[in-house]
Design a protein around this ligand. Structure first.
Ligand SMILES: [Zn+2]
Length: 392
């Protein structure tokens, strides 16, 4: 990879931040919100361990009560709303809610601009429509979208902040507009991955606390010169508006025993979902070992690479941790995969990303250099960056 090289002086560090890994899976301590118990076991591992002891019949009844509540409260024709990308989780959610809970859902997709979206994403959405679901499509202006992505990349070395804001805000906005009382989200990210999510159960009303949303505040965007009238789909309704609409946000995954990446991926494949293929699924290229995750666009891999620079772990660490927790692979097998593929992102993907954002690759590597966490990275004698802490 043609990374720019920083001066050795820039790599000096007092090693204030260290990186350790869950003793069961490979969950890293640098993930915002990560917690470990006295045995060094992460919270998602403990949660996965507890699944067998949960009374799923009771949870199913609780979920049915929520479903009945939604059906009784709706006044716009739809019982609930699901934000979809056509991916594995939203496909499972849509079918479950309709076929198992007997609800009438409206699916809402906040789409990537055509320039960014992958064809397979559109095909996966068509797949849902062909299975009889109603789909409402929100397409925020590509120009503002790209401008905000570029700002976010330059400011945070994370392009997804505005797009995640739009994905979540548009879902809540559509629910209030269409008088739909109930929104189903997928997994609670705190239980599934150990990220911040604002709750440890099925209640998703504090979704603003979700790490990428950072409070879902549009003020910084106004300060950076994005006019308010361009921010409609990025503006999360206030707590007051959500309360007035008596809106309920629920993590569906909390109520389903096997709602996880592995089972959802299989379910989606069995129901017409199209995964990545060929070079787009090559872990050397993408830094991902899972061909059915985040398939609707390709810059996700660049974002995972940037996370690797800032926090010392990429997508594969998360993917193998899920697989270890669910008994699909051993920790040793996970380690091999993580060592081989974590943090990879091809020059081709980075060049495509720069071309789309209309920035030079020099600027890309400057941002990488500025954001490289010197507590976690060090320069070798050959002038290459390497992680000070490796999973073991
Ligand atoms: Zn763990």
């Amino acid at each position: 990879m043609s990374q720019s090289k920083a001066s050795p002086a820039a790599s000096k560090s007092n090693a204030a931040m260290t990186l350790r890994y869950c003793t069961r899976c490979l969950e890293p301590s640098s993930r915002p919100g990560a917690t470990f118990d006295e045995e060094g076991v992460c919270m998602p591992c403990r949660y996965a361990e507890s699944l067998d002891g949960i009374n799923w019949e009771t949870r199913r009844k609780d979920l049915q009560k929520i479903a009945d509540w939604g059906r009784a409260r709706q006044s716009g024709g739809y019982d609930c709303l699901i934000g979809v990308s056509g991916g594995k989780d939203s496909t499972r959610q849509a079918f479950y809610v309709r076929d198992e809970l007997g609800l009438k859902p409206l699916l809402v997709c906040c789409s990537y601009p055509p320039e960014q979206a992958a064809d397979r994403g559109a095909e996966n959405l068509s797949n849902l429509v062909e299975h009889g679901f109603d789909l409402h499509y929100v397409s925020p202006s590509p120009e503002t979208w790209k401008k905000m992505m570029r700002l976010s990349f330059r400011e945070f070395a994370q392009w997804t902040r505005p797009t995640e804001l739009a994905l979540f805000s548009s879902v809540v906005r559509c629910a209030t507009s269409f008088k739909i009382p109930l929104i189903f989200l997928g997994e609670n990210p705190a239980l599934a991955f150990g990220s911040k999510s604002g709750s440890l159960d099925g209640d998703a009303k504090n979704i603003r606390a979700y790490d990428t949303l950072s409070g879902a505040n549009i003020e910084p965007w106004l300060d950076w010169g994005i006019p308010k009238e361009k921010l409609y789909w990025y503006t999360f309704p206030s707590d007051h508006e959500i309360e007035r609409a008596a809106l309920r946000l629920v993590y569906l995954g909390f109520y389903i025993r096997d709602f996880n990446d592995i089972a959802n991926g299989q379910f989606a494949l069995d129901h017409g979902f199209m995964p990545r293929k060929g070079i787009e699924a090559d872990p050397y290229e993408t830094g991902s070992i899972n061909a059915f995750e985040c398939v609707d666009e390709d810059f996700v891999h660049v974002n995972q690479f940037l996370k690797f620079i800032k926090l010392g772990f990429g997508k594969v660490i998360q993917q193998v941790s899920v697989q270890i927790r669910h008994g699909e692979i051993t920790r040793e097998e996970g380690l091999k995969l993580a060592r081989a593929f974590d943090g990879r992102c091809s020059d081709r993907l980075i060049e495509n990303f720069c071309q789309y954002l209309e920035i030079t690759t020099e600027e890309f590597w400057d941002v990488v250099d500025k954001n490289r966490n010197r507590d976690l990275w060090q320069l070798t004698n050959q002038g290459e960056w390497e992680l000070r802490f490796k999973p073991e």
